[in-house]
Design a protein around this ligand. Structure first.
Ligand SMILES: Cc1cc2nc3c(=O)[nH]c(=O)nc-3n(C[C@H](O)[C@H](O)[C@H](O)COP(=O)(O)OP(=O)(O)OC[C@H]3O[C@@H](n4cnc5c(N)ncnc54)[C@H](O)[C@@H]3O)c2cc1C
Length: 416
């Protein structure tokens, strides 16, 4: 345990602290990790210096980025973080030295080196450009606020020209969760900028390399999903990948060339590239293997959480990259990092009750439970649940009394 006065780039000044926790990434996991570390410090009446590095001070609601109005899909967290006594550093972490226990952060006006006693890596996941000619230049994405905003601006820009065959065809690559949600919503997205008639006349094409939509969804929800896509007049291209993307077309591996000004990529998700700087074992998605306390296996003083962590959710299933997982894991990672510094017992991460709620636009939603995705509800009932998740559950608490904020952010009675 380190003790004493800190006056390095962490900005803890001369305040007596019992240790420095540095959280990288201001998404769900990072925010909940920082808050729960602050909660433990309060519980133990031991000041910790907690710093959260966020690239821009916003929590992006990534699960909602298929929806319209991207500007409404992120929330500024500065006031919340300040209320909890957490220092917010705006910048991008560019390198991690686990030997020296430092992180270099590039801000808009300066680069600083932050020291830590415990590091919590929460930098999430990102779409990596697949080695497909033209993909990096011409494909759109809804992976981040920036990507979703650029995509929406593109829809706005072409709205007046949607009569041509290329401009009124929209090709979505990947029939996983993101691709399905966007395909089901696509006509509403077009309608917002170009009107109902243009939206109804548009072609929406969903391309999937696997033999069926939702390859990881299992057999129970798939008929509901397929029926919704049919009602949404989404054309399917199954068993084919993408050979190349151009500004005005996409060519599939079957040889089919589709004239389109809009190809949206939803596949190729990997854990943040910062994981490569931690000398731990990683899984095929780049996630760091962590133990039950979310410490990176074999790397001292480093915790990983959310989309960068490969953890057991129960005794046989690994946690899936998801919002519900990231929020809960963040609570455990922040808590355990603080308990580690303060000599308190760890809390073992487990989250066995995995659920999925997939939005099907005007055609309802589908709700499943368990890692084998057993169908629980669909249609209007599932849609109601999806709206509740998207508009209430995933929001951070409002700024208010600290006890109230922390009560809303700590591990609940179900262990979530
Ligand atoms: C379109 C879409 C739809 C989805 N739908 C669902 C859904 O319906 N249900 C569900 O459960 N999940 C869904 N997900 C997945 C879910 O959004 C993620 O699993 C979740 O956001 C992960 O949370 P996180 O905190 O680990 O990472 P993120 O939310 O990715 O947050 C990480 C943050 O760290 C930042 N960051 C990255 N690198 C650095 C760096 N070097 N320095 C500083 N900051 C950095 C990132 O910009 C980001 O702000 C969806 C994702 C997408 C993209």
């Amino acid at each position: 345990m380190s003790q004493g006065n800190h006056s390095d780039g962490n900005g803890s000044g001369t305040m007596q602290t019992t240790g420095r926790i540095l959280v990288l990434g201001g998404g769900y996991s990072g925010l909940f990790a920082a808050a729960n570390a602050a909660d433990v410090a309060r519980e133990c009446d031991s000041p910790l210096s907690i710093t959260l590095v966020s690239k821009d001070g916003y929590l992006e609601h990534r699960p909602r980025l298929y929806e319209k109005n991207p500007d409404t899909l992120r929330v500024a967290v500065g006031d919340l973080v300040e209320a909890l006594g957490i220092r917010l550093v705006i910048g991008v972490a560019t390198s991690i030295d686990t030997g020296a226990k430092t992180v270099t952060v590039a801000g808009t006006d300066r680069t600083q080196v932050l020291s830590y006693d415990r590091l919590v890596l929460a930098t999430g996941s990102e779409l990596r450009h697949l080695p497909i000619p033209g993909m990096a230049q011409f494909a759109w994405n809804i992976d981040s606020y920036k990507g979703a905003k650029a995509f929406d601006d593109h829809l706005k820009a072409i709205a007046g020209t949607l009569a041509g065959p290329a401009n009124n065809t929209f090709v979505i690559i990947g029939a996983g969760m993101t691709g399905i949600e966007l395909a089901a919503e696509m006509r509403d997205r077009i309608e917002q900028h170009a009107g109902a008639a243009v939206a109804q006349a548009a072609r929406v094409i969903l391309v999937e390399r696997g033999d069926d939509v939702g390859p990881t969804f299992g057999d129970e929800p798939r008929p509901v999903i397929k029926q919704a896509l049919e009602l949404a007049k989404v054309e399917l291209r199954l068993g084919t990948g993408v050979a190349s993307v151009r500004r005005d077309s996409v060519t599939l591996t079957t040889g089919e060339k589709i004239a389109t000004a809009t190809t949206v990529m939803t596949v190729g998700m990997s854990a943040s590239a910062l994981t490569e700087q931690i000398p731990g074992k990683r899984d095929e998605s780049g996630r760091l293997h962590v133990d039950d306390n979310l410490q990176v296996i074999g790397v001292e003083h480093v915790y990983a959480t959310g989309d960068v962590a490969c953890a057991y959710a129960d005794d046989s299933n690994m946690a899936i990259m998801s919002c519900q997982t990231s929020r809960t894991m963040g609570k455990y990672a922040g808590r355990n990092a603080a308990c580690d510094l303060l000599g308190q017992p760890f809390r073992r991460y487990r989250q066995p009750d995995y659920t999925t709620c997939l939005d099907l636009g005007r055609f309802g939603a589908v709700f499943t439970m368990g890692f084998d995705r057993k169908l629980k509800t669909s249609g209007a009932e599932a849609k109601k649940r999806k709206r509740w998740i998207n508009t209430e559950v995933i929001n951070p608490p409002n700024v208010g009394p600290v006890d109230q904020i922390l009560a809303e952010m700590r591990i609940d009675q179900r262990g979530r």
